[in-house]
Design a protein around this ligand. Sequence first.
Ligand code: SF4
Length: 296
Amino acid sequence: MTSMPNLLSSAEISHSLEKTDIVMLLQEDEMNEALYEAADRVRKAYVGDEVYLQVLIGVSSICHQNCMHCSLRRDNSIVKRYRLEAERVLELVKKAGADGCKTVVLQSGEDKYYTVEKLQDTIYKVKNMDISVTLSIGERTREEYQAFKEAGADRFLLPIETTDKKLYDVLNPGMSFLNRLRCLKDLKEMGYEVGSGCVVGLPNQSLTSLAEDMLFFKEFAAETVVIEPFIPCNNTPLFCGNGGAFTLSRKLMAIARLLLPNANIPVTNIMAVQDFAGEFKALQSGANVVMSNVAE
Ligand code: SF4
């Protein structure tokens, strides 16, 4: 059996880890600092010291899906619902550009209001401002993804959330794990830079399942990996459950960096919910992007 220090130095060079090794790193805490330091060295060597800023514009908080863990689920009657018209989206993009931002993430729940025509026009106008576009708008048909690509979209972010199909089916009633995989495959084949991600600390989620998430990102060659702790949201079926642990999420970010040295690994503001210095600590553990929300 490989000792943990040897395991880390070997992973730092080979960028591979066995599932059992990942589980061991997640289980034990005595090597946490060494894990963070190894990921920090890999981050520095492969993607440098620059921290990239991505502005995330919440285009719509309306979603026809009903995922158990999400505040935007359609049965959540107390969440503030809104939709931004294209003019408002473009104003926010312009402001982000003026502040030096080179890429924006247009994010929404699964909201069919944004037809291909509406989104194509917005994407085209953002690209004319010389700003890259990442879409995070959920599951669409292959033809729709193709139309967004033709309008100029550069990247697509579609979290798998969990690679445990059973857990996925429980958390996302009415959705299909296989369709999620189909979407990711379509996006990759079309030449998008594809990002995915997982939620950490979901009910009945095992360390083995999280290790499998990491190996999935590696095999899929995800260009962005978003790892976020689960935060129970008010007025959702999982509100009374435990949230995901900050340290576990930080360790997973570090493991993702060891496995995918060139990937973008963003820190979202959820990392600061449990730890005031969470974003800063994540940037010292393999992350290289700060994703900042623009609230409406
Ligand atoms: S599809 Fe996405 S935004 Fe909609 S309820 Fe599920 S997790 Fe939330």
